[in-house]
Design a binder for this molecule. Structure first.
Ligand SMILES: *Cc1c(COP(=O)(O)O)cnc(C)c1O
Length: 432
């Protein structure tokens, strides 16, 4: 059962102690509801574990998982750093008054405007991804007569497949510089020639929804293989190693993630081993969890509408959202658990598939989930929708985007308003 599965005396699903059917009525559906205490717990599991080991660290929330002013304010309160990958995400961070020195800019095709914004606001670091942006950044820094710390993003040649890892020579990825074929070293050499750019260290990100530590350990070893050479050749010792994000969470019973401190412990242990061998100073460790901070902290509430029974095939139950607020089932065949929020204690009596309301057959949220018998107007709650749900939402079929509510200390607070139809047409211009 999902960790957010709590009920009250009426047998209704609660989140943060509040009745979800009350929230659905108050704010309408589809509605994202986040348990802010759970966000804080996840953040602290990472931050506290580094502290426990006495390791200097930055835990950078990958804001693409769910970016909003309120969310970034919580991240700031929890002393997280922040990854942004666009001007929009950076703008949101600035609006949340996020400390600029703790913001890192990512992206495989950063343009002049993005890099200029990073330089102008003097953010903490740019993660260099390709040769093109090295030259762009150099010119911008010259114009602004300033300097910038960077990490060099490398692809260590490890394919993480959730449960197994493949060591490859050259990784087939649009991101970063290859370690194996000398590309990374060439980029490093170029960066060394530019005295306004300071290479604080290396970055890699091996994948997403990872359940074991082996892939991270293999990545650390690959980074140190390169660093051993760079120490000899260039007397270079990194101040920072950034191992990226990808820490897995539970969506259904098929997912068996480690406790968050387990990943930190594995990283610290392996880096200690490598550092001792090379007789280097222990670097700061940075990580970039997105999903692991917010994924399991939210539910999406929907109102159930129509049904279609196809005897001998399956029953469809349709809700008032779908791929516009959660594209992951369609995009990744992602699986979710759901309950009928106003009938949690009723035993399942049927198996049905949850369809969205978009004009698209692929607009399905869950296939074949056990449910009690449902009526139009019942509230369906889908668990673990906190990451890559709202942030990937779209206006397909011109549905206004859903609302987002935060719950903490038995208080509910709207943090993203539901869009209106005026919002939907606000950029449309007349052609009459
Ligand atoms: C997407 C991404 C993350 C976050 O991934 P999660 O699976 O959400 O933890 C971190 N770092 C980089 C570079 C990414 O692209």
């Amino acid at each position: 059962m999902h960790e957010l599965m709590n009920t009250n005396d009426q047998g209704h699903l609660t989140i943060g102690g509040l009745d979800t059917t009350y929230l659905a009525k108050k704010y309408g559906t589809p509605l994202f509801v986040y348990d802010v205490n759970k966000i804080r717990e996840n953040a602290r599991a990472f931050v506290d574990t580094f502290e426990h080991y006495g390791v200097k660290a930055q835990v950078a929330y990958a804001s693409k998982a769910f970016s909003s002013i309120a969310m970034l304010q919580v991240a700031k309160q929890e002393k997280l750093s922040l990854d942004v990958v666009s001007q929009g995400e950076l703008y949101t961070a600035l609006q949340a008054d996020f400390p600029v020195e703790k913001i890192h800019l990512h992206g495989n095709n950063k343009n002049v405007a993005e890099l200029e914004m990073a330089v102008k606001y003097n953010i903490g670091c740019v993660v260099i991804d390709n040769f093109h942006e090295i030259e762009l950044l150099k010119d911008i820094l010259a114009n602004y007569q300033t300097e910038m710390d960077v990490l060099l993003r490398v692809t260590p040649g490890i394919e993480a497949h959730t449960h197994d890892y493949i060591l490859t020579g050259n990784e087939d990825s649009k991101f970063g510089f290859d370690l194996a074929n000398g590309q990374a070293e060439e980029a490093f050499q170029r960066l060394q020639e530019i005295d306004t750019i300071h290479v604080k260290g290396l970055h890699c990100h091996i994948g997403s929804q990872i359940f074991e530590t082996d892939g991270f350990i293999m990545a650390v070893r690959r980074l140190f293989d390169a660093l051993a050479g760079w120490k000899k050749t260039y007397h270079y010792v990194p101040q920072v190693l950034n191992l990226g994000g990808g820490f897995g969470i539970r969506y259904t019973d098929e997912d068996q993630p480690l406790a968050l401190d387990g990943y930190v412990e594995a990283l610290v242990t392996e880096i200690k081993l490598q550092v001792d061998q090379l007789e280097m100073d222990f670097p700061e460790i940075w990580i970039e969890p997105g999903r692991a901070i917010v994924g399991n902290t939210a539910v999406t509430l929907y109102t159930i509408g129509s049904k279609k029974a196809i005897p001998g095939v399956r029953d469809y139950i349709a809700v008032d959202g779908g791929m516009t607020d959660n594209i992951r089932p369609a995009l990744y065949q992602a699986k979710y658990e759901a309950v009928v929020a106003n009938k949690v204690n009723m035993p399942p009596s049927t198996t049905a598939s949850i369809a969205g309301k978009c004009c698209e057959s692929g607009d399905m949220l869950i296939w074949d989930v056990p449910l009690p018998s449902v009526e139009p107007g019942d509230i369906l709650a889908v668990f673990s929708t906190g990451a890559y749900g709202y942030s990937m939402s779209s206006h397909y079929n011109r549905f206004p985007k859903a609302a987002v509510v935060f719950v903490e200390d038995m208080q509910d607070k709207i943090v993203i308003q539901r869009e209106t139809y005026q919002d939907v047409v606000k950029n449309d211009l007349s052609y009459e």
